[in-house]
Design a protein around this ligand. Structure first.
Ligand code: CA
Length: 238
C-alpha cells in the first residue's frame, strides 16, 4: 500500500475535532472519509474498505468498545482510538477488544502523524522468520533469537525474548498489560502486572543505557508498554 494515498475513515461526532483531523491528514496527502456515528462508520468500513480507522470513543449512538468489537468481526483494519482523559478505562477496554493504538485529546499533528505512520507501516510489513529488527543501537535477530546493543550480544531469557518480540511485532504502538500477560503467561495471569514490572525492569537493565530514562522500552502509564521506533530500519538477514 502506498502510505501517502492511504484512505482513512474518521468516526467522530465532534465537528471541530473532525475539521482539525481533516486539515492535518489531507496536508499529508492521505484521503479522508467521515462518519459522525458508530453505525454509519461500520457501514462505511463495509462499503469503502478504508486502510485505517480513527475512532472516537464517545459517540452518540454506540460506545467505542462496541464499535471496536463489531469492526473486528468485519476486518483486520488498523484502528486508532481517540479518547478523552475521563475515558481511561474505556480506552484500555477498546485496546483489549482489538484497537491498535490511541491518542488522548487534546493531541497535536506531530503525535497524530507518528501514530498513523506506525500503524500504516505495520500493515505493509510482512514478517518473514529471518527478519532482523533494528532501531537505534538495538538489533534483534528474530530467527536466531539473538539481541545486540551496538553489535554486542546481550544474553536475555526466553521470557524476556517473548516480551521483546511482542513489542517488536507492534513496534511504535502500545501493547496493553493484559495482552502481554495473556500471550506470555496465559489468560489466568492477565491481572498479574507485577510479572511485567519485574521482567520489563530486567529487560531495561540489559538494553537501556539508562534504565530510569528508557530510550526503547517505553511505559504508557496505566496502559502498557511501547517499543519506540525512531529511525526504524527493518532488513532481511543475510
Ligand atoms: Ca465524541
Amino acid at each position: 500500500m502506498n502510505e501517502t494515498a492511504a484512505l482513512i475513515l474518521l468516526i467522530e461526532d465532534d465537528e471541530q475535532t473532525r475539521r482539525f483531523l481533516k486539515g492535518s491528514l489531507s496536508h499529508k496527502g492521505w484521503r479522508i472519509i467521515e462518519a459522525d456515528n458508530g453505525k454509519a462508520g461500520l457501514a462505511m468500513i463495509k462499503n469503502h474498505n478504508p486502510d485505517l480507522v480513527i475512532l472516537d470513543l464517545g459517540l452518540p449512538d454506540m460506545d467505542g468498545i462496541s464499535v471496536t468489537k463489531r469492526l473486528r468481526q468485519l476486518s483486520e483494519i488498523p484502528v486508532l482510538i481517540l479518547s478523552a482523559r475521563s475515558q481511561e478505562q474505556n480506552k484500555i477496554m477498546a485496546l483489549d477488544a482489538g484497537a491498535d493504538d490511541y491518542l488522548t485529546k487534546p493531541f497535536g499533528s506531530g503525535e497524530l502523524h507518528a501514530r498513523l505512520q506506525a500503524l500504516l507501516r505495520r500493515t505493509r510489513r510482512t514478517m518473514p522468520v529471518s527478519e532482523v529488527f533494528v532501531t537505534g543501537l538495538l538489533k534483534v535477530d528474530l530467527a536466531q533469537r539473538k539481541v545486540f546493543i551496538a553489535d554486542n550480544e546481550v544474553r536475555i531469557t526466553p521470557i524476556e525474548f517473548r516480551l521483546l518480540s511482542i513489542l517488536i511485532r507492534q513496534a511504535g504502538l502500545v501493547v496493553t498489560h493484559r495482552q502481554m500477560l495473556k500471550e506470555v503467561w496465559g489468560a489466568e495471569h492477565i491481572n498479574d502486572q507485577h510479572y511485567l514490572r519485574i521482567y520489563m525492569g530486567q529487560l531495561r537493565h540489559k538494553l537501556e543505557i539508562n534504565p530510569a530514562r528508557p530510550r526503547y522500552l517505553m511505559t504508557d502509564v496505566g496502559v502498557g508498554y511501547r517499543l519506540a521506533i525512531d529511525d526504524v530500519v527493518t532488513e532481511l538477514a543475510q
